[in-house]
Design a protein around this ligand. Structure first.
Ligand SMILES: *Cc1c(COP(=O)(O)O)cnc(C)c1O
Length: 405
């Protein structure tokens, strides 16, 4: 075995996340099929690709032909460039002053949503003798970063007049597109369309007009937009319980481990910290090396479950930082495969289940998966790349010599 194969087999015998890049590309195609022809597509890979790994997801989205990648911070965009992403990248959030020069040099598109950031980006571009490509952010109701509708025409004119800026787009963000009854989004969309018309009247057109996140894309609330920005649904996850992805979408990430120790817990024995579970009969149990420091929410303690031998095994006692304990059928042995979390097709806990048990949403569970969890990327059912960020160890695997995970 090559060093590389040895490394991957080491990774896959322990606890790891498996990410199916083909399913990711299929989810992107499903979303694109929901938008009118000629609608551009931005794959949002901020927060390390919602925990799925920004480098591999960014490269996969690029090869799937997306028009843009979206991130929140300049350094996230630089990270994508360092890993070979050449597609256009938009930093959706405010540009940090110290990173603007690096962003311009790396051909990263910046968002300006305040007068100060407009001036800052233009100033750095001027000092470097270059132009910066920017999108304007319009605040239609989130009340965070962005120009107000009363400010936007003036901002657009100043940006368009600056010799240091290329004004490429304008966007807004919806607050409530994932609500069951959404009386908010139509108003936000109308406000956006009004601003775009006002700006068109002074002779400024945008190549990219974008408003829709995953929820609005699923609902088809696009107005005059010609690009959508989708994050959560590309990973096969639902924006909310009220606005779910359809059944054909595939969650692309699953977490796997192996039984580290088999034990029989005697009646009266407590399990894990603070002994919040006490056995009332002889209980077969298994210790599994995954904990909240890998990103499993501690609040799934005593409520969540793993799947072993196709059966749901309840978590007993507190999830520790590095380990957790489940009650198991007698047939389970040390070394057996454990499905921690996945698409739910084998009765496994989903991101939605874990979020519900932890009092949060699937987005937060996904983005909190930590650097300690190795990522193994799969195409055509075989591992093609891995990342072990804690060891700063990563690589691509030759498919021909790969074995099934
Ligand atoms: C994160 C983000 C998105 C993606 O939202 P999803 O609900 O994951 O599709 C789109 N636009 C902006 C501005 C964002 O910050």
């Amino acid at each position: 075995m090559s060093d590389f194969e040895t490394r991957v087999s080491e990774l896959t015998t322990g606890t790891y996340a498996r990410i199916d890049l083909d399913a990711y590309a299929r989810n992107i195609a499903r979303l694109r099929a929901l938008t009118p022809p000629d609608t551009a597509f931005m794959a949002v890979v901020k927060a390390d690709g919602y925990g799925h790994g920004a480098a591999q997801c960014g490269l996969a989205a690029q090869s799937a032909g997306v028009d843009y990648l979206g991130v929140a911070r300049i350094h996230e965009a630089l990270y994508l460039r360092q890993h070979g992403v050449t597609a256009p990248i938009l930093v959706l959030g405010p540009p940090s002053q110290g990173d603007i020069a690096a962003a311009i040099d790396a051909h990263i598109t910046l968002t300006v949503g305040t007068e100060a950031s407009l001036n800052a980006v233009a100033g750095v571009a001027r000092d470097r003798g270059r132009t910066a490509t920017v999108h304007l952010k319009l605040d239609t109701g989130m009340r965070r970063y962005g120009f107000l509708p009363t400010e936007i025409v003036d901002a657009a004119q100043r940006a368009a007049m600056s010799p240091h800026l290329v004004l490429e787009g304008m966007f807004t963000h919806f607050s409530s597109a994932d609500d069951l009854v959404d009386e908010i989004t139509p108003g936000q969309l109308a406000e956006y369309d009004r601003a775009a018309s006002d700006i068109a009247r002074v002779g400024i057109e945008f190549r990219f007009r974008h408003t829709a996140n995953s929820a609005a894309t699923l609902r088809g609330t696009l107005g005059q937009s010609n690009m959508v920005r989708s994050g959560i649904a590309t990973y096969g996850l639902s924006p909310s319980a009220e606005v779910p992805v359809s059944a054909e979408f595939e969650p692309i990430l699953s977490i796997h481990s192996r039984v580290a120790r088999r034990l029989l817990v005697s009646p009266g024995d407590g399990v894990s910290y603070n002994r919040t579970f006490v056995a009332n009969c002889p209980t077969h149990a298994a210790d599994v090396p995954i904990g909240y420091a890998d990103g499993l929410p501690r609040n799934v303690s005593n409520h969540g479950w793993y799947v072993i031998h196709g059966e749901r095994c309840p978590i007993i006692g507190r999830v520790c930082m590095d380990q957790s304990i489940v009650a198991v059928p007698q047939s389970v042995n040390e070394g057996d495969d454990v499905l921690i979390l996945g698409p739910g097709t084998q009765g496994d806990m989903t991101f939605e289940d874990a979020g519900a048990l932890a009092g949060t949403n699937n987005y937060e569970v996904a983005t909190r998966l930590t650097a300690r969890l190795p990522r193994v990327y799969v195409r055509n059912g075989v591992p093609v790349a891995f990342e072990h960020l804690l060891l700063n160890d990563r690589g691509v695997w030759d498919c021909a010599s790969a074995s099934q995970t």
